[in-house]
Ligand binder design. Sequence first.
Ligand code: NAI
Ligand code: ENO
Length: 364
Amino acid sequence: MTEAPLVARTTGPVHVIGAGLLGASVGLGLRERGVDVTLEDASPTTVALAADYGAGRARTAADAEPALVVIATPPDVTADVVEGALARFPNAVVTDVASVKLAPFQELTRRGIDLTNYVGSHPMAGRERGGAIMARADLFVGRPWVVCRDGETPAAALALVEAVALDLGAVLIEMTPEEHDRSVGLVSHLPQVVASLTAARLMQASEPAIGLAGGGLRDTTRIAASDPELWVQILGANRGPVVELLEAFSADLAEFADALRDPDQPGAKRRIADLLAAGNTGVSRIPGKHGSAERFAAITVLIDDKPGQLARLLTELGELGINMEDLRLEHSPGAQIGFAEIAVLPEVAERAISDLVERGWRTL
Ligand SMILES: NC(=O)C1=CN([C@@H]2O[C@H](COP(=O)(O)OP(=O)(O)OC[C@H]3O[C@@H](n4cnc5c(N)ncnc54)[C@H](O)[C@@H]3O)[C@@H](O)[C@H]2O)C=CC1
Ligand SMILES: O=C(O)C(=O)Cc1ccc(O)cc1
């Protein structure tokens, strides 16, 4: 059966400035829908790489003005690049995907720039490592994409930015820049700091101690692998909300430590339990962490610590016609066994497990 071609809502050529992880991912997703995408970056190598991966083509002087410019440069230079794009392409709608929304907006307003054609936005999707080589066409699928409009934003400008987000499979959310920055402070910036500081403690761990690390530590520190240079910019630009959250968090830590110091004092155990139970409630509120909001089902397969085992598993999944949506490996140093956590569509999970077991694999 031939697959129906993907239809694009996005009209007109799209020009991407900053062809790294976010820019190249936008380009890849739009190219899949046949949208004409041109690329630009401070680094010519990045443009060439992104083009080689299929994220678009380098912009030439002969190219007409784009309908939409997507700016995916680091937060520090975003206001400058937005100002430049509005001047270079006076008829285009300009959006940016920076992780902070208030600082660039305030800077552009301070400079007296006409922002009629500018709509700030932020896809809540990313990866620990940047660069065009990390880009994925499906990076934004099912992820929230915040759009910051104001009373002056023309409907057509908003529609163009929303079309791109929808074409890339994202879920639109409207917020003011203030609301956005407070929200991401809580759901993205505080967790980044806590994960980084938790992981930084591991520098003191002896080899035997680190050898005990497992899933819990991995889950709470994954984003500690993020790029410090990008995060210095993000946190600096959102320091107000983040410092407030860090102070509240450190008060929670102090309360926890106080209760734990003498757990036999009256009420101490209850304070500890209440704080842990609040964590249960908090985690149950994360979309996609439970019930039907989960996009994929996870299958855990045990793999012997022998060369070629993982390759064999992946080949056999292919032979069984099971599409792997994601793969996570867990392996403790020195252990004779590893775990491959494979994400598949929920409707094929049961068949995947029984077919794998039939072929001799052990699943959890
Ligand atoms: N990394 C992530 O997980 C996410 C990042 N973002 C935001 O997306 C933006 C881009 O981040 P990434 O793609 O991760 O970074 P990246 O480092 O992969 O790409 C940024 C690109 O911008 C280019 N660049 C820098 N200054 C430039 C300039 N003045 N003109 C043209 N190109 C320039 C760089 O050469 C680089 O190729 C940032 O504002 C970030 O806050 C948003 C959501 C997630
Ligand atoms: O890795 C993850 O889970 C993320 O959520 C990544 C991320 C990093 C920065 C953003 O501005 C948005 C998303």
